[in-house]
Design a protein around this ligand. Sequence first.
Ligand code: MN
Length: 274
Amino acid sequence: MEFYFAESGYDDADIVIVGMPLDRTSSFIPGSRFGPDAARVGMSNIETYSPYQQRDVSGLKVHDSGNLEFTFETQEAPFNLISERTRETYAAGKKQLALGGEHTITPAIVRELARTYDDLCVLQFDAHCDLRDEYLGEKWCHAAAMSRVLDFVPRQRLFQAGIRSFSEGRDQEEVNVHAFDVLEPVDGISEIIGSRPTYLTLDVDVLDPGVFPDVQTPQPGGCTYRELTAALARLSGLNVVGCDLVEFAPRSCLAAAGSSAAAELVRELTLLLG
Ligand SMILES: [Mn+2]
């Protein structure tokens, strides 16, 4: 099964969707390894036209290249595979939309893109700031994902919105951290980023668990689906060079409501790359 709007062959495509079902360090509800395929299931329930961005995704050349198959002979092995695939995609002149899997896939992608784009900015929608230096003894852990991003991108180029779970009080004092809201801060963030290349990482737990319960670490107090899609639509002027959607953890392969929402969000992210 693949996203039905992803009809292009690899060579013709401008945008490549890659499932990265890494699901190893989850500290609460596991299951994000099923995220990419559950989003594909949900695709059959959604339209190609986005009423939020008022564009049709079927006008873009998109290829779905299936899921990466991870091996774990070393701790670095899955992250090296992610970086290698990202390098190949961008060397071929294409943009990547990665589907997690846990949030730990993001730094492995950013590590590669930071080599390609000098001035890369990272925009994160998330309930969690993910700025622990390590968690449960691991540095490459979902709760430390943005700390690892900061190994490759300076702090002033990481923008966080929707955050309501802080590992340290001082994280809230950073100018680029926007608590709770995603829609209100997005215009200001876009203005600061300007025309710089931007990587967008969407952790679906930014949504309120009442809206989207199928996540690894639900946090109450989140945004609505309308607020998130409106915020994404307002990013259409940004130079978005890559995206991911992470932490979707359907508890069964028949999580039909979450699958449909995830599939729509894949459409919204694809449009931002087009
Ligand atoms: Mn999160």
